[in-house]
Design a protein around this ligand. Structure first.
Ligand code: GLV
Ligand code: MG
Length: 324
């Protein structure tokens, strides 16, 4: 291990993060009763400029009046390049009450963006004597943000998670797609001809680099990595495939932009019972091995060693948080 150990952020269950437009209060009660672990009430791209002010009022009222149970509550503010942002922060933090857990910051580009918001939020929190410190979730969805992701992830003690905003990221990098997430058939590999001359074409995952980079930046700074939206809500198999890839790389959750995606996200990001049982067996076997002075042992015909303990512990910890 390095002498530097990343400090872990506040632990929260974040398998499904449901997006709800602040301009559509008719969806609020249903969202509160849903199975989503976290909800973000949106002031940004799902809200038309003419609705921004009303959406802010709706969100403040909802944070104060609706019973959100034990959900993690977040508000997505507008970007730092807009004149809506300062009013979003001031009004939401001043009047949103203690029920607000997080602020979601879109299109983060530099560490200074986070510094500026930390300063503003700190001032408002101090002025109103807020008891609980608000955390930040950061959407990395521009080429600039992806370039500076490591500094961004380390920019504030309020940071809790990095989110991959695939739609804006595609726009910013001029990626050749018009869908929100999912693969593109043109991004593939044609194998060399086999002996009989036949060739295979394999689709690739054009988002692999971005998600893997985000996971590294998040974990190196003790944060959660969360995969963003999958636009085609009539394609549960596509959502599952995309979510599984993100989960396998280390993401802890994914957005739902439609209620039909909530249970899918929960299923994908809840560790499989068999995997958890195996992880518990690894921990037992390693405990026994260590008591006997061994650093590595065989289990089910494979080698396990001290690194296996850490892998197993991460899985068991996540299963225990879900079960709690
Ligand atoms: C989310 O905000 C996205 O742009 O995908
Ligand atoms: Mg976006």
């Amino acid at each position: 291990m390095s002498f530097t150990i990343p400090e872990l952020c506040t632990s929260r269950l974040n398998r499904c993060e449901l997006a709800v437009p602040g301009s559509s209060p008719k969806f609020f009660e249903k969202a509160a009763k849903s199975n989503a672990d976290a909800i973000f009430l949106d002031l940004e791209d799902a809200v038309a400029p003419s609705d921004k002010e009303q959406a802010r009022k709706n969100i403040i009222e909802a944070l104060n009046d609706i019973d959100w149970g034990d959900k993690v509550m977040s508000v997505r503010i507008n970007g730092l390049d807009t004149h809506y942002m300062y009013r979003d922060v001031i009004d939401i933090v001043e009047k949103g009450g203690e029920r607000l857990d997080l602020i979601m910051i879109p299109k983060v580009g530099t560490a200074s963006d986070i510094y500026a918001l930390d300063m503003l939020v700190t001032q408002v929190e101090t002025a109103i004597g807020r008891k609980k410190k608000i955390g930040f979730e950061l959407i990395v969805e521009t080429a600039l943000g992806m370039q500076n992701i490591h500094e961004i992830a380390a920019a504030s003690k309020r940071n809790e998670s990095l989110h991959f905003g695939v739609a804006d990221y595609a726009a910013s990098t001029k990626a050749r797609t018009t869908s929100i997430g999912g693969p593109n058939p043109l991004y593939g590999v044609l194998t060399d001809p086999a002996e009989d001359g036949s060739r295979d074409y394999h689709w690739g995952d054009m988002w692999h680099y971005a998600i893997a980079r985000m996971v590294v930046a998040a974990r190196a700074n003790g944060l959660r990595a969360i995969d963003g939206p999958f636009g085609d809500f009539s394609d549960p198999d596509g959502y599952r495939a995309h979510g599984n890839r993100a989960a396998i790389l280390g993401c802890e959750g994914k957005w739902a932009i439609h209620p039909s995606q909530i249970d899918l996200a929960n299923e994908i990001f809840t560790p499989d019972e068999k995997e958890v049982a195996k992880a518990r067996r690894i921990l037992e076997a390693m405990e026994k091995a260590q008591a006997e002075g061994a650093g590595a042992v065989a289990l089910d015909g494979g080698l396990i060693d001290i690194a296996s303990i850490k892998q197993a512990e991460a899985l068991v910890k996540q299963a225990d948080i879900i079960a709690a």
